[in-house]
Design a protein around this ligand. Structure first.
Ligand SMILES: CC(C)(COP(=O)(O)OP(=O)(O)OC[C@H]1O[C@@H](n2cnc3c(N)ncnc32)[C@H](O)[C@@H]1OP(=O)(O)O)[C@@H](O)C(=O)NCCC(=O)NCCS
Length: 198
């Protein structure tokens, strides 16, 4: 795991969602998320239920989100899991970087299919990026998503990421989106999509 500083928050609330750590009650909804073919269409295909169950049994629900920057996205009203959000470091040995040493902050998001189309991923991602911007020094933050994944690319652009390069990974064209972390600082309000990249 990278030694570079990470977002330390373990809980972040917005109007409609709560970013929090996983708990046992999330199990079934997390399995459904991991095994939904639509959710995994651009991520190499869904996981097999049996494999997901075995992994959860082996590591325990709490350990799914033990790493800093890894969250369950929960519906704030019901506390039900609606997705996952990861603000981690992109390993240097993967393709797709904007700095020489790699390990840039990288954002990833998955929402259950029934939560798409309501602005919830945008809300969750904005809150996580804002919290990271308020805590960490300015630095590049990237999103890597399949070029064919139009929904994900739309979200990236709406958040303020600019597509800066494409490359191949997992036998598919990937687009790398770039923003500067401090463009998400609280003071910058909700204006997104017009900043210069880092
Ligand atoms: C990528 C993904 C998270 C995007 O979810 P999403 O709900 O489309 O994203 P947003 O939160 O930005 O919501 C935007 C949509 O909500 C609509 N919306 C409705 N109410 C809204 C509100 N109050 N505020 C903002 N948007 C709202 C927008 O019009 C937009 O709909 P449209 O794209 O049909 O025009 C989701 O499709 C997903 O989980 N995909 C599978 C996993 C994946 O591929 N992840 C990417 C890996 S990096």
């Amino acid at each position: 795991m990278s030694q570079l500083p990470m977002l330390s928050a373990v809980q972040i609330a917005t109007d409609r969602v709560l970013l929090r750590k996983a708990r046992d009650a999330d199990r079934e909804r997390l399995i459904e998320l991991q095994t939904d073919p639509e959710v995994w269409a651009y991520l190499g295909g869904p996981r097999l239920r049996e494999a997901v169950e075995q992994r959860l049994d082996a590591i325990g629900l709490a350990n799914v989100t033990a790493t800093p920057g890894v969250f369950v996205i929960a519906d704030k009203a019901t506390d039900d899991l609606i997705g996952t959000l990861v603000l981690s470091r992109r390993a240097a040995d993967l393709p797709g970087h904007v700095t020489e040493g790699g390990e840039e902050l990288e954002l990833g998001y998955l929402l259950r299919r029934d939560a798409w189309g309501a602005g919830l991923a945008f809300e969750a991602a904005t809150a996580a990026l804002r919290a990271a911007a308020d805590e960490l020094p300015d630095q590049p933050v990237i999103i890597v998503t399949q070029t064919a994944n139009e929904r994900s690319l739309r979200l990236a652009v709406r958040l303020g990421f600019q597509p800066v390069s494409t490359f191949e990974q997992f036998d598919a064209a990937q687009t790398l989106g770039l923003a500067s972390l401090h463009s998400f600082k609280s003071l910058n309000g909700r204006r997104r999509g017009h900043q210069d990249p880092f």
